[in-house]
Design a protein around this ligand. Structure first.
Ligand code: ADP
Ligand code: MG
Length: 311
């Protein structure tokens, strides 16, 4: 098998939603990743952080109520940084153990990763992504005074909504490359990366959440990867998903994938960003392929036995 450079984007099911769930989930995730390392591939891991960043955001808000000297709002960029460290710790710990069990001599490192976004990204004018705890009308009014954008979330109460701007540049990319050159396995750009804007030499954290599928696509492009694997809760993507006409897809071209997006086959909050990321990566240079499949099917997917490939 020829050696490939592979960026693996882990979805929610690879990490679980709570501390004990994550501790267990990363063990299975590590086995799937170690399979690819064992076959001689160079592996870079990125991951989502939805439940984790929500938990950290809520914990910091609760803490500020017990300690008035603590600011009421912890910047979301800081919450993303905390989630990268917490998830990176569990992953690098479990993956190193799995590699040792298989007698594979490789180090695993997590890089706290900032990702530059455009200050004038139109997403900032339309915060759409609800995050964190539910607020009463009064709490929502107070939060609005503190500069948060508040939305009513499906009759369940008020929540903070944040923008989801497009990732433009992985700030720590050279560090990731150096670690890869040294033969290390790297975990980077967790949770879509810490969103920052450039102000001269200063990088300023912003209150946004970058989609992890888009950020993984950019990471894969900047690393000149051969393969972007998006591991999620389905083995393949489908046309007419969840209907009697459901048709699972094996190999599709960029053109076909674009047409299926236009025809509305993929849900905007879940599968659409993955297919868009797959298209962007596959279209970015010759020889690049994106694969969407289940975590436990990663090895079969890389060997062409399952999953949906966009090339
Ligand atoms: P992740 O945490 O991996 O990002 P998401 O829940 O965001 O997972 O996205 C995966 C989900 O997308 C699947 O579990 C499935 O329910 C949903 N989905 C929506 N449209 C499709 C489709 N056309 N084909 C397959 N899955 C789809
Ligand atoms: Mg998702």
């Amino acid at each position: 098998m020829e050696k490939k450079r592979i960026v693996i984007a882990l979805g929610g099911n690879a990490l679980g939603k709570t501390l004990p769930e994550q501790y267990l989930a990363v063990q299975e995730t590590s086995r799937a990743i170690a399979d690819l390392v064992e076959e001689g591939n160079e592996v870079i891991i990125s991951h989502g952080n939805g439940p984790q960043v929500g938990m950290i955001n809520n914990a910091m808000a609760a803490y500020s109520k017990t300690d008035p000297s603590h600011p009421a709002i912890t910047p979301l960029s800081v919450c993303v940084a905390m989630s990268q460290a917490y998830i990176g710790y569990d992953l690098q710990n479990a993956l190193k153990e799995e590699l040792l069990n298989r007698k594979i001599k490789k180090n695993v490192a997590t890089v706290i990763t900032q990702v530059r976004v455009d200050e004038d990204d139109p997403a900032f004018a339309h915060p759409t992504k609800p995050i964190g705890y539910f607020m009463t009308k009064e709490e929502a009014a107070e939060a609005e005074k503190n500069g948060m954008h508040i939305v009513e979330d499906a009759g369940r109460g008020y929540r903070r909504a944040v923008a989801s701007p497009k990732p433009k540049e992985i700030i720590e990319i050279e560090t990731v490359k150096d670690l890869l050159e040294a033969g290390e396995i790297v975990i980077a750009s967790g949770g879509g990366g810490i969103p920052v804007i450039r102000q001269g030499n200063h990088l300023k954290g912003v209150g946004a959440v970058i989609d992890k599928d888009h950020a993984s696509c950019l990471l894969a492009q900047q690393l000149d990867a051969d393969l972007l694997i998006i591991l999620t809760a389905v083995e393949k993507i489908a046309l007419h998903f969840g209907t009697p006409q459901e048709t699972w897809l094996d190999e599709i071209s960029v053109e076909e994938a674009r047409r299926y997006c236009d025809e509305g086959h993929f849900a905007p909050g879940s599968m659409l960003p993955k297919v868009q990321a797959g298209i962007a990566f596959a279209a970015s240079a010759p020889g690049r392929t994106a694969l969407i499949t289940l975590l436990e099917k990663a090895r079969d997917g890389v060997n062409g036995k399952t999953g949906t490939r966009i090339s």
